[in-house]
Design a protein around this ligand. Structure first.
Ligand code: 8YV
Length: 329
């Protein structure tokens, strides 16, 4: 009896060993051991032959790449939750299913968001730099003063899974929870978090002490925090972003931080990753991280497991659990 041919799965980046090993057992898997991000040409080569492509946030799967896909490409099983690097419309038009890995990054990303809120308001990175520089002259009653979080207002832009997980943590730090979302969350969740819903993002921004961006990047949220909206925030306010750089007008934010029109920012994501403008890098009142909000060993393995489940379910002829369609965003 001839065995059914295994599908060719092309994985664009190095994944945890345990995930790669399992994928090799299940599929005809092509790995990227060196982990160098693929060029557009390499991606085109991949989609010409792959039955399944497993990209990450560093691969731009746009209309140009998808136009080169062979008819055998049926599934793009992305390793990550955000799907703004994939042209979902073109994928749908070409009959290509797209999946992601939601849910398993929630707690890790919420932890990192809280860490950034603490780091920027209490000047943790600045203090660390001072000690490391050898220039610290000792304790002083008015040196390295930050701002107290307890009793302040946190405004969460995007109250999905990560926004809610952040709210739970923030309450433990004495922050009151405010949020703006396309839809009001379930009354039970609102009650549990004692969260105040703001229909108007403008009004919320104008009244917060800390603002955290936790919504996906979609055409509707591109520059949601525009120059005009950023100006609504009060000068003592801190802004934190662990979602996507594109949600904030980064140039406008940089200008405001330079002028002291905002107290500080904690950024894990940037508009033109991995490029970060020297102007932003030169500021003291910012904490800058290299897109590591979900970077835990456990999280990466969970993400890999989700990819495997999506691919396996799909190649076995069933609907994969984490299908993404534009209408959902
Ligand atoms: C991932 C992320 O590490 O899942 C996401 O949307 O932003 C990151 O936390 C990355 O996307 C992996 O592709």
């Amino acid at each position: 009896m001839s065995e059914k041919k295994k599908p060719l799965v092309v994985v664009t980046r190095k994944l945890p060993d345990v995930i790669e090993t399992r994928m090799m057992e299940l599929f005809d898997t092509r790995l990227n051991i060196e982990d160098a991000p693929m060029s557009a040409e390499q991606l085109i080569e991949a989609v010409r032959v792959a039955d399944v492509l497993v990209p990450t946030v560093t691969d731009r799967i746009d209309a140009r790449i998808l136009a080169e896909a062979g008819p055998q490409l049926r599934l793009v099983a992305s390793f990550g939750t955000g799907v703004d690097h994939i042209d979902l419309k073109t994928a749908r038009q070409r009959g290509i299913t797209v999946t992601n890995t939601p849910g398993v990054l929630t707690e890790d990303t919420a932890d990192m968001t809280m860490a950034l809120i603490l780091a920027v308001s209490r000047r943790i990175a600045e203090g660390e730099r001072l000690v490391r520089s050898g220039e610290w002259n000792g304790w002083g009653p008015t040196t390295m003063l930050g701002h107290r979080l307890w009793g302040k207002r946190l405004g969460i832009v995007g109250m999905g899974r990560i926004g809610q997980a952040l709210a739970r943590r923030a309450r433990g730090f004495g922050l009151s929870i405010h949020y703006h979302n396309r839809r009001r969350v379930h009354p039970e969740v609102e009650a549990e978090l004692e969260a105040t819903y703001w229909d108007s993002l403008d009004q919320m921004l104008a009244r917060m002490d800390v603002v955290s961006v936790n919504c996906p990047h979609t055409p509707a949220t591109y520059h949601l925090l525009s120059a005009r909206r950023l100006k609504l925030m009060r000068p003592h306010c801190y802004l934190v972003n662990t979602a996507r750089g594109e949600v904030i007008d980064e140039n406008a934010l940089t200008r405001m931080l330079e002028k002291g029109e905002l107290a500080g920012a904690g950024l894990d994501v940037f508009e033109h990753e991995p490029a970060v403008s020297p102007k932003l890098r030169n500021l003291e009142n910012v904490v800058l991280l290299p897109h590591m909000g979900s970077a835990t060993i456990e999280g990466r393995i969970d993400m890999g497991e989700k990819v495997i489940i999506n691919v396996k379910t799909f190649v076995d002829g069933h609907a994969p659990p984490d299908r993404v369609i534009e209408a959902m965003l």
